[in-house]
Design a protein around this ligand. Structure first.
Ligand code: C5P
Length: 242
């Protein structure tokens, strides 16, 4: 569990926008209110790596570079080396290519960039795991998350991304120094149309389960007043930590 952080520092807002102009509106509104901006494929592919320094400067926040690397070892090594210069706080690599890939990602990461292993996407249910051919034991998301978290830990990853439903189990097995980032956050007051997230929890439950950081996108983005939504989430975090 990360210590001495303000509740707001635990909130990661994903900049899931098609270009910097649409992202800027939220960077402007949310700067100073959250801990990290997450840059994913949509914005990165459109705008390129230079976007990171712009967001850092304008958004006064750290960067979570969520490119979810998933390729052969040599390619991921190279991608990681290229990413080092960008100064992100976190970068993500899928766990399902196994320990060797994660180890080379960790070895190639330098500076302050920490590698997080993506265990099982929160948009996947047990049914989806069956559909993609996981054997019966691992059709239970919790079992698969723990299995992959073990691989991530032994490869030297700083932590993992998993849902709030698995966070307490990960925390219990891997202790306080293993970072847990939890997406699939849905405050009780949020209503998301056609939601693709499956393994969801409230901010309070995620923090109580041991999450260090929560990724909250649509509940903030679609709120009438995004800053008020962040403040409500912050309050939930504070109460949960008490
Ligand atoms: O809160 P919302 O569902 O809008 O958040 C969406 C964000 O969460 C996306 O940026 C997506 O990449 C991210 N996400 C993630 N890991 C998962 C599932 C979603 O980082 N397992």
């Amino acid at each position: 569990m990360i210590l001495q952080k303000e509740s707001k520092d635990r909130i990661i807002f994903p900049l899931d926008f098609p270009d910097i102009d649409s992202a800027r509106k939220y960077i402007e509104i949310l700067k100073g209110h959250i801990g990290l901006f997450k840059v994913g494929l949509e914005l990165f592919v459109k705008e390129g790596p230079s976007i990171l320094s712009i967001i850092k400067k304008e958004g006064r926040a750290k960067i979570f570079l969520d490119l979810k690397f998933h390729d052969i070892t040599e390619t991921v090594k190279g991608a990681m080396k290229s990413a080092n210069a960008l100064g992100a706080e976190f970068i993500t690599v899928h766990c399902d290519e196994g320990r060797r890939l994660l180890e080379s990602a960790v070895e190639s990461a330098s500076g302050k960039t920490k590698v997080l292993g993506v265990t099982v996407l929160t948009s996947l249910s047990g049914e989806s795991l069956k559909e993609i051919g996981m054997r019966e034991e691992f059709q239970d998301p919790l079992k698969l998350v723990l299995h992959r978290a073990r691989i991530a830990k032994s490869a030297g990853c700083a932590g993992v991304v998993c849902s709030g439903l698995e966070a307490s189990f990960v925390r219990k097995e891997f202790g306080k120094d293993f970072i847990i980032v939890t997406p699939g956050i849905r405050p009780s007051w949020s209503v998301i149309k056609n939601d693709d997230q499956q393994r969801i929890v409230t901010p309070s439950d995620a923090i109580k389960a041991g999450a260090d950081y929560i990724v909250v996108g649509r509940p903030i983005r679609t709120a009438k007043d995004p800053v008020d939504a962040v403040k409500r989430i912050e309050k939930e975090i504070e109460d949960a930590l008490r």
